[in-house]
Design a protein around this ligand. Sequence first.
Ligand SMILES: Cc1ncc(COP(=O)(O)O)c(C=O)c1O
Length: 360
Amino acid sequence: METYNFSAGPACLPKKVLVAAGDAAKQFRDTGMSIMEMSHRSKTVMSLFEEITFRIKTLLDIPSNYHVLWLQGGASTQFSMVPLNVLPDGSCADYIDTGVWSARAISECSKIGKANVIGSSKDDTYTFIPKECPQNKESIYLHITSNNTIYGTQYKVNPEVLNPDGFLVADMSSDILSKPINVSQFGLIYAGSQKNMGPAGVTLVIIRDDLIGKNYRSLPTMLNYETHVIKDSMFNTPPVFAVFVVNETLKWIQDLGGLDAMAVINRKKAEKLYAEIKRNSLFTSPVAEEDRSLMNIPFVFSKPGLDDQSFITFCEQRRLMTLKGHRSVGGFRASIYNSMPEAGVEKLINTMQDYEKEKT
Ligand SMILES: Cc1ncc(COP(=O)(O)O)c(C=O)c1O
């Protein structure tokens, strides 16, 4: 029986990518060596980095005045790196609080400068994206989390930055590469790899050239974007294996037809699942309809008296794994990133229908 992994991250990867990863773990491109044994200074690995950067620039249609960096430390390190690099001493930035990850970004910024929380849905367990968010005209940037992994909300339209000298910063960890984006709307984008790109271990940063090398303060070398720009993401030993797997995932997306095609597939999967949540008498979505994520779909029982664990076990017996909701939301969460096949979503829908028949 096929296993489908609905984990929020690390998440499932395309079969083809896993096979390529297995092969490269044994031997990379006729070198007689595993990719994990190869020097990042070797021609082969340097060309891998050139290839992956070219691929992401092509897929996301990144304008020429942006740099692409492959860093370590996860999106969590970016929560600090962003303000450390682009927020001058004594200045402020606006943040919209749409979940735990936004809150962490706010908390890290507050250690460096002033983070104005201009909108929050915290009091409603983050079930919607705040729309009325009065921006401060002196704010250097506006930070959003484009998709909220835990709560299942997603920006459908990005806010416009009102300060003409300001810029938008986005944590896109859980929806990067799920659809086309207009990179020029942003000053800086960052995303951890372990949802839509590959295994954990590499973090994508896309930064507009004029935001590099501001040197507002004396920074540890590793926390300065300029270090990584100058050294093409090879200042220290990079996570070559993770980068290899991301490159294979990018190839897989290109083979599917790129981000336009990916967006159509993702919409179709999510619409099917939301339709079933609506139809099924046992389940409901806690999330405001207009803000529902196409990547992470939380749902709960619509009436009391049913035991969450019994549905989780019912799913696991059918090899539908990791569907437990985040502890702060409860219920269930189906993460249906790029690599979740439509067949997996259909199997989940059939299982929800079988459960309904059993319980009603
Ligand atoms: C939206 C978002 N931002 C940030 C993070 C933190 O990422 P990392 O664990 O790579 O630091 C996560 C992790 O799930 C996330 O979903």
